[in-house]
Design a protein around this ligand. Structure first.
Ligand code: ADP
Length: 602
């Protein structure tokens, strides 16, 4: 449709007009000329109609191809192909405005850059495109040189032999780019209907382009968001794994620097009474900060990542600071680099800080608990040490008095002295358990392991507990084969473990009950089991049985003396010696406590 078919009839129109104007024309010639003019007009109308239909059909055909893809480059190429097909232009290109910068960028071209395009002709096409984009109006020109819009352009002379068609791409009220096509004048001229058709097509093409652009953008934004979420979840995992404060701040800083492309960074945390902030990462860097220091005060006043521009006069780099806070202020994280930080960096730091703050709070609580635990262990260790001496002396003098070494004693005196001795024994067990726990918790418990025959340990424990067992008329059965290999463990601690378990069986089994001590080799380890048919342990109590100070609420248990520390110490000792401990029990039927010990290495 470069030139409308009706254009071919123009010479006939001209001829007839000239004929009409000739003076003294014979009547029949002028009548024939008038009839011919009438037929010509009719023919022109018919042709125009046909052309219009042809245009519409072509427009429909190429337009229906649009929208099949959401890939921007693909859509742009489709549009370009369609424009060339519709206009039958020799060459064409499409430019889009980059939304962020407003720059006009060449996005697709057909048969254009194959020919070497002169500077001038490029300038002409730029002038045409700029004008189309500025005014939002399409342009058709048959001869740029004659066109008053461009005649002032020096370059037009060089470009004069081209016919140009350019239409704006308009989406949601604004121009997003333009399509430009041209032809040599000899090969064809564009006319207004061509421009209307290109305008109509451009309107649809712009929608398809905008859709693809939005989709690509959404796709990219989504991909970026997914990537950030993945990074953040990795950060979450890493942060939550750290309960060690020093390590945690290091991890935090590393991520902060990586995520903001910073070169340096630091973290300062508030002290307990929030009067100063001490640099904790990197450690020992700089003097403590005051909460009134501008970087701290301003960042906390904003409550969000705050950018501090670089100050070349003082050699200060660009800084991005974020408050670390939960319900209360915890500290400040600052990253630094020569160039100012981007908006993305700021957003990332904000997200990181909100995650890091809760991990930091946990680590601080954990640290506080650990500190308290250390303080408690120290206290217990001092107290138990101080109590041991007076207790030994009370016990010693009580024994002397009971044995009548300082003179005869009456029966009531004997009773009182026995009460004293029993209570001192209770205290001795408590103090010894507490001191063991404190040593275990602070890692100060030393084991002196040796090869040890199991039945010797069992004999010793049985001997010491036999009187009590007999007194309660309980039946004790020992089933430890002599041929068992020796275990490798600390003899005193194995005695302590077994004594604890057998004493419990004795305490928590009624008069006349049955207690069994059995030993066996089990998958390369020595396994000792202490079974009773006593009170048993309820299912509710079972999970708490090894907790410090746990004692069952059962009345029968409470009638027995105890502190609820024995099993906890026992478990720790067994595990320190490289074994395991466990139990099975049924309320009202009895319990079996078992532990394993490593076999002596031959
Ligand atoms: P204590 O005996 O001083 O209370 P332990 O730590 O040795 O402390 O035991 C904790 C609790 O476990 C006991 O108070 C009791 O409720 C339960 N228990 C331990 N051994 C047995 C057992 N053989 N039968 C029933 N209950 C037991």
């Amino acid at each position: 449709m470069i030139t409308s078919k009706s254009n071919h009839l123009k010479p006939f129109h001209k001829l007839l007009k000239t004929l009409e104007r000739l003076p003294d024309l014979p009547v029949d010639v002028s009548r024939n000329a008038a009839q011919a003019a009438e037929s010509l007009t009719h023919l022109t109308e018919l042709l125009a109609e046909g052309e219009e239909q042809g245009r519409l059909a072509a427009l429909y055909r190429v337009s229906s191809m649009l929208g099949g893809s959401l890939n921007l480059d693909e859509v742009l190429n489709q549009v370009m192909d369609a424009v060339i097909e519709l206009t039958r232009a020799e060459r064409g290109f499409l430019m889009l405005i980059t939304p962020e910068t407003g720059d006009l960028v060449l996005r697709a071209a057909r048969n254009f850059f194959g020919e070497s395009l002169s500077e001038e002709s490029m300038q002409v096409s730029r002038t045409v495109i700029d004008s189309v984009i500025r005014t939002g109006q399409g342009i058709v020109t048959t001869n740029a040189q004659e066109d008053p819009r461009f005649s002032r352009q020096e370059s037009v002379i060089a470009f004069a032999l081209r016919s140009i068609l350019c239409a704006p791409l308009r989406s949601r009220g604004s121009v997003i780019g333009a399509v430009f096509v041209d032809n040599r004048v000899q090969t064809g001229l564009f006319d207004e209907p061509d421009l209307s058709m290109l305008n109509a097509f451009a309107a649809q093409a712009a929608v398809a382009i905008e859709n693809a652009r939005l989709y690509t953008q959404t796709d990219q934004t989504l991909a970026a968001r997914v990537e950030e979420l993945e990074i953040l979840s990795q950060i979450d995992r890493e942060l939550n794994r750290q309960l060690e404060l020093d390590h945690l701040v290091e991890v935090m800083l590393e991520w902060a620097k990586r995520g903001t492309q910073a070169t340096e960074g630091w973290i300062a945390l508030y002290d307990r009474d929030t009067t100063t902030l001490a640099h904790v990462s990197p450690p020992d860097q700089g003097t403590p900060l005051s909460p009134a220091a501008p970087i701290v005060a301003q960042t906390f006043a904003n409550g969000v990542p705050t950018a501090f521009p670089p100050q070349p006069e003082t050699n200060t780099p660009a800084r991005l600071a974020v408050p670390l806070q939960t319900a209360k202020p915890l500290g400040i994280l600052v990253v630094e680099r020569a160039a100012p930080f981007s908006e993305e960096a700021s957003k990332f730091l904000g997200r990181l800080a909100s995650r890091a703050a809760s991990a930091l709070e946990n680590a601080r609580l954990f640290q506080a608990v650990q500190d308290a635990n250390q303080a408690k262990s120290k206290f217990v260790s001092v107290v138990s040490h101080e109590l041991r001496l007076p207790m030994t002396s009370i016990k010693g003098y009580t024994d002397l008095l009971l044995q009548g070494m300082v003179g005869p004693i009456t029966d009531p005196q004997k009773n009182f002295l026995e009460v004293i001795r029993n209570n001192v024994e209770r205290m001795r067990i408590l103090v010894s358990d507490l001191s063991d726990i404190s040593r275990i918790e602070t890692g100060r418990l030393r084991l002196e392991s040796a090869a040890l025959p199991l039945n010797e340990v069992v004999d010793q424990v049985v001997k010491s507990l036999h009187p009590k067992i007999q007194e309660k008329e309980q039946n004790l059965r020992v089933d430890v084969p002599e041929a068992l290999p020796k275990c490798y463990a600390d003899p005193n601690r194995v005695i302590q473990v077994l004594t604890n378990l057998v004493s419990n069986a004795w305490k928590y089994t009624g008069r006349g009950g049955q207690i069994t001590i059995a030993g066996q080799l089990d998958t390369g380890q020595l396994r000792v089991e202490v079974t009773d048919n006593g009170f048993g342990i309820s299912e509710v109590d079972q999970p708490k049985i090894f907790n410090q100070f746990f004692r069952s609420e059962d009345e029968k248990v409470r009638e027995q003396t105890g502190w609820g520390l024995g099993l906890n110490v026992t478990k720790n000792l067994v595990e320190l010696m490289g074994g395991e401990i466990g139990f099975r029990s049924k309320l009202g039927e009895g319990s079996t406590f078992w532990f394993t010990l490593p076999v002596e290495k031959s």
